[in-house]
Ligand binder design. Structure first.
Ligand code: C2E
Ligand code: MG
Ligand code: MG
Ligand code: MG
Length: 284
């Protein structure tokens, strides 16, 4: 039996190994073409506040490959980060998100804040702030309608350069959230002195929140500490009503998840916003 297991493990290993290397090479080339041909699209996932009103939307990139169909950002973003291709992709995302929000406004929708995910590479670039200012200027989007999502890892070194950049963003009235909070082996204490506005609790803690006592304690702890530090709290990955209720009890501020709304194209977002606004007009 041991031999059998060992053999299977070996076969799995070689298969996964060759698959990874060749797949990555193919994907890298495909990605280059995707950048040139702009095969990307932005989807928007609504975030709702405690009253069920729209708090903001998160821009999430989608890649439609001409022959392979949809490829998940969880697969190509990490690759693009190692190859540097993340830079042109990120510029495209930022510009598209700002333009899309302007389109909504011009079509008569209420202005809504859009959150864009930042790559560490992008954040640490010397010309990052200049590019950002340029994009806002070119698209005409009000800076307070933009917020940026960073992961813990980006800020963990706590370098003066990173703090200066965050301060500059705050001065510009651009929001900053810590994404996937709790997965980066760090504590809230390092956030104490950073000019950020929001923490987003990673969905791995939300998933078991109604069953796992550990996760209940972790989530309650994060929320109460974040509130003491004056930060807003978003729960990611809210899929069930039970999870939503529990998070309401814990005084969570903002909710994001398939149970409330899935990521959707811009035109669907427009419809979603209109129907949400109509609901609130009739119930209030
Ligand atoms: P993220 O920033 O944490 O984004 C949230 C992810 O959780 C999205 O996956 C979203 O579709 C998914 N999600 C939302 N609600 C639920 C739920 O209730 N259940 C489950 N199971 N999942 C939920 P997505 O769009 O596949 O993106 C994956 C990651 O790829 C993002 O995680 C982000 O790190 C990265 N990413 C996506 N778009 C961009 C982008 O434009 N730029 C950069 N740098 N990274 C991006
Ligand atoms: Mg995010
Ligand atoms: Mg997240
Ligand atoms: Mg996450």
């Amino acid at each position: 039996k041991a031999k059998q297991q060992g053999r299977n493990a070996y076969e799995w290993y070689t298969h996964a190994f060759t698959d990874t290397v060749s797949e990555r090479m193919v994907l890298r080339n495909d990605l280059q073409e995707a950048i040139e041909r702009e095969e990307f699209e932005l989807y928007y996932q609504p975030l709702l506040n405690r009253f069920g009103q729209l708090a903001s939307v998160e821009a999430l990139i989608r890649w439609h490959h001409p022959t392979k169909g949809w490829i998940s950002p969880a697969r190509f973003i990490p690759l693009a980060e190692t190859t540097g291709q993340i830079m042109p992709i990120s510029e495209w995302v930022l510009n598209r998100a700002c333009l899309d929000m302007q389109t909504l406004i011009h079509q008569g929708s209420e202005p809504v804040r859009v959150a864009v995910n930042l790559s560490p590479l992008q954040f640490h670039r010397a010309n990052f702030l200049a590019t950002l200012r340029q994009t806002l200027l070119a698209t005409g989007l009000a800076p307070e309608l933009l917020s940026l999502e960073l992961t813990e890892g980006v800020l963990m070194n706590n370098t003066q350069a990173a703090i200066d950049t965050l301060q500059a963003l705050r001065d510009m009235r651009i929001g900053v959230s810590i994404d996937d909070f709790g997965t980066g082996f760090s504590s809230l204490s390092y956030l104490k002195d950073l000019p950020i506005s929001t923490v987003k609790i990673d969905r791995s803690f939300i998933h078991e929140i109604t069953h796992s006592r550990d996760d209940m304690a972790i989530v309650q702890g994060i929320i109460s500490m974040a509130h003491h530090l004056g930060l807003n709290v978003v729960a990611e990955g809210v899929e069930t009503e039970e999870q939503h209720r529990r998070l309401m009890d814990y005084q969570c501020d903002i909710f994001q998840g398939f149970g409330l709304a899935k990521p959707m194209p811009l035109n669907a977002l427009k419809v979603f916003m209109a129907s949400l606004a109509a609901t609130h007009e009739t119930t209030e």
